[in-house]
Design a protein around this ligand. Sequence first.
Ligand SMILES: Cc1ncc(COP(=O)(O)O)c(C=O)c1O
Length: 297
Amino acid sequence: MSDRVMWFNGACVPWEDARVHVWDELALRGANVFEGITAFWNADGQRHEVLACDAHLDRLYHSARIADIPAPPRAEVVAALTEVAAQLGGSDIYLRPAFYAKRGRSTLAPDSEGAMYIGGFPFRPSTPPAVRAIVSGHRRFGGPIGAQAKSGGSYLDFRVFERERVEHGVEHVFFLNDRGHVAEADGAAILLVRDRRVITPSVDSGVLDSITKRIVLDLARGLGHQVEERPVLRDELYGAQVVLAGTLLGLRTVHTVDGHAAEDTGGAETAATLTGEYDRLCRGENPLAPTYLAPLR
Ligand SMILES: Cc1ncc(COP(=O)(O)O)c(C=O)c1O
């Protein structure tokens, strides 16, 4: 079985053969939208169970509408994802479909033309022994595309945060929005756990509406926790157990933010319970699993 698979121009191709032209809108202006989707191997059923597939595909099309990128029919995307999953074989996998513009500065251009590619590889999440985070010195301002779209062009911002991350020798950089409130991390939503409360920046804080976060909030409500979606102040990060939530990361407990160790507010225990339940859900072992896991269709 191949380690990584690429679907491009209608079929799975050798990874190196998925080439685009430098003058394609994809390269010229970063005109693409994408998703990251995980699928867990169900050995009993001999099939992949995809986590929140509909939500990811809905968001992909929503991103395409926001960023004005041509989108192929949904059945074509599902068929291509199924082909990539089959090529990857019987393991947990990560699928990254992308729609992009080849030609046309908008979909209204007479020569507008789009295409799709899907990269896929085995999903083997790892947890670093210490998870340290800093708050970036830069704020992230929303343009017309904003944080709700997963678009290549707007993700250029993350190069700046990544440089900061490496320079400071930490695992994550959090960034603030234009109002100075907590937004998110690169590739993950931020959750704060205090006592039995789970707090997360509201969608109007300039964040992607993380699907992993939605699942965790659902789990938290089911466990009787109070959930608060609201603007979050920077200093609140220093008095709570911070947990990151993202498709690729899963749930990851953060040990320090700007050098402040997570306070013992009872949050650590709740964070551990939520992480355990999220992992069980991915394996089909939590009562909410049927709501979120389904074969590709
Ligand atoms: C900027 C950003 N925020 C949050 C997330 C987490 O979102 P999700 O849980 O839907 O993967 C991601 C990853 O997709 C992301 O890129």
